[in-house]
Each structure stands twice: as C-alpha cells, then as structure tokens.
Design a binder for this molecule. Structure first.
Ligand SMILES: [Zn+2]
Length: 256
C-alpha cells in the first residue's frame, strides 16, 4: 500500500518515528508521500531516508499558512524544488474557509500559483479543500489546459462534486473520514470509480475508526483500505493492488 498523504516529518513523530515506520511496513505500507505545510517542512523531509519504506517529497504552502502577501520569489522557489527528480508533487495547496476567510484572495492567488508550478514541472498538485469546494473546482477549471493532474486530498464531497473533479482530471484521495459512521462519505465513495482513488492517512490528523481521536499514523491506513474493500465488495488485496497502481501512475513512479 502507498500512503499518498502523510506528514510523517512533523514533530508529532519526533519521539518514535522509527517505530511508527516499522509498524507501517508491517501493515504493508511500502511508500509514503509527504506534502509540505510550508518551506520549513522541506529540511525536515530531507532527513527521512528510505528504509523498507520509500519516502517521497513534495513542496508547497498549505492554504492556512498563506500570508498577507505572498513572497515574491515563492513561484521560482517552488518551481526549483518541484522540478527536482526527488520531488513528486506540488503541495499541499488549495483552499480552507473553515479556519479563516480573512485571506481568501491570498489563498486563491497561492492556489493558482501552485497550479502553474504543477503544469510547469508536470507533476500532480495536492489539493486541500475545506468548506471551499465551489471555488476550488472553479480554479481547477480555469487552470486545466489538459496538462494539470492532481488529487483532491481527503475527499469528502458529494457524488456530483466528485464526478466534476474527475471530469477535471483529478483523482480522489481517500482517508480516514470514509470510516466515520456519521459522515456519509462511504455512501458517496460507493458511487464513484475505485480506479480514480488513492489511499492516504493525513497523519498525524484524521485517524480512521477504530483509532479516531488518537494520533494518526501510516499503519492505520489498513482500516481505510478495509473500508474500501467492504464498500466495493473486493478483497483487501484487490483494493491494495488497484490503489497502488493508480498512485504509481499518478506520481510517475514507473517512469523513473
Ligand atoms: Zn495534509
């Protein structure tokens, strides 16, 4: 299995990162993609060395970390990082109107900027979206010139929104929320194509049931995979095979 969205480099894992990664490997995780929160995330990611698990870096500014004024050199800096062979995506970026709507214009500007970088370096964009679906999809529509790829991370939209995202060339990142009893995300996911879904944890956040409320870690992704198997009437192995193939194709792992 590939965890396509995990902040394993954050300080929440400083005390037991090796243990966490060992448990992930035991649970069948072979690769972990690391979206950045900000540029400070990058030196922390650089410290992670491949073990039984391969670690894949990405660079970007999370929408809640966007400042009043975007640094002038942000686009060139991100392009520089993301064009390197050991960087696999641009993000995370996107929109978040839940925590604050004060900097909506700056968030949008930053999201557009990330889309441009993604098209420039030909790598997928990692999209965070909270209470901002219409604006998020509208920006993707504006930026889509046939070359933009990416993932709507932690998908929790409606069937219609999911289909619109797929038509715009996006994939759906399926995380712990699909296991929540009251969310209804499982019913939505059931009506969308598994071939366009990839697995993720968003560790240390959003632990799946039965670990809900605890610190999330990549090993817990098995609960999300089991839920998908349940939803689609498949075995865990089939879900693993399909989602891993999709992730490898999206992030270009088979080309290198
Ligand atoms: Zn994240």
């Amino acid at each position: 299995m590939i965890d396509t969205h995990s902040h394993i480099y954050l300080e929440q894992f400083d005390d037991d990162r090796d243990e966490v990664n060992r448990r992930a490997a035991e649970a069948g995780v072979t690769g972990i993609f690391m979206p950045a929160i900000d540029l400070d995330s990058i030196p922390k990611m650089e410290k992670l060395k491949h073990t039984d698990i391969s670690f894949y870096k990405m660079a970007g500014i999370h929408p809640t970390e966007v400042s009043d004024e975007l640094p002038e050199d942000l686009e060139s800096k991100l392009t520089e990082f993301c064009s390197r062979d050991d960087y696999y995506g641009v993000g995370e970026t996107g929109l978040d109107y839940y925590w604050s709507t004060e900097l909506v214009e700056q968030q949008k500007k930053s999201f557009h900027l990330h889309c441009r970088v993604a098209k420039e370096v030909q790598k997928p964009i990692i999209i965070h979206n909270r209470d901002s679906t219409d604006d998020m999809l509208e920006i993707i529509e504006q930026e889509q010139d046939g070359s933009l790829t990416g993932v709507w991370h932690c998908f929790n939209g409606t069937v219609e929104e999911g289909k619109r995202a797929l038509n715009l060339g996006l994939h759906l990142g399926i995380g712990g929320v699909v296991t929540f009893k009251n969310g209804g995300v499982d019913k939505t996911v059931a009506r969308l194509p598994l071939e366009k879904m990839i697995l993720e944890t968003d560790a240390p956040y959003l632990s799946p049931t039965p670990k809900r409320g605890k610190r999330n870690e990549p090993a817990f992704m098995k609960y999300t995979a089991e839920k998908l198997a349940d939803i689609f009437g498949l075995s865990l192995e089939e879900v693993d095979k399909q989602t891993t193939e999709t992730a490898r194709r999206l992030f270009g792992l088979d080309q290198s």
